[in-house]
Write a new protein. Sequence first.
Length: 198
Amino acid sequence: MDHEAPVYLHQLPVPGEERYVCLALVNTRFTLSHGPVDLLDDAEAAHLWLVRHGLLPDRVALNGRQCGRLLGLREALRALFTAYGDGQVPAPEHLAALNSALAAAPSTPRLAWPADGPHRADEPDTGNPAAAALSLLAEDATDLLTGTEADQLTECAAQNCARWFLRSHGARRWCTTKCGNRVRAARAYAAKRGKGME
């Protein structure tokens, strides 16, 4: 393992991130043994994340205001996921943040005709690439929350993890085996310590 590489390269992807980039966005804030990590801690890091996820062309700069909107959307999505998981109605400001991102670059329906035949393609307005990126993330989250996989959306049960994932089966409680192993090790340690104090 390259210990000089950024910490996010050591994080295992969680189930669902490959299908829903909004999960990857929400999971850019997490906790490791040495403390909290924020992969979007400045405009440069946020730009790199958007480029790596194919949401923003590399040549397009991201300013501090646009980075703030991305962070606001991330926190709104986290709150919306939590409300969904708890079976609650979300706070109006979180819903407004998602809807504002959706409206920032409205999609225009187009007919696409690749080699496999024609299909409808909704393309966001690309006049403002940063707004288009936010719109795509908000649309992705809307698709997740209203789609057939919404009931699989789960927050990791490992203490201090705070990452969200899609459960592959009902009994799954942890985003990765690393989190599951950490919880089991803590239980074993607590049990051993409890027996030693008898």
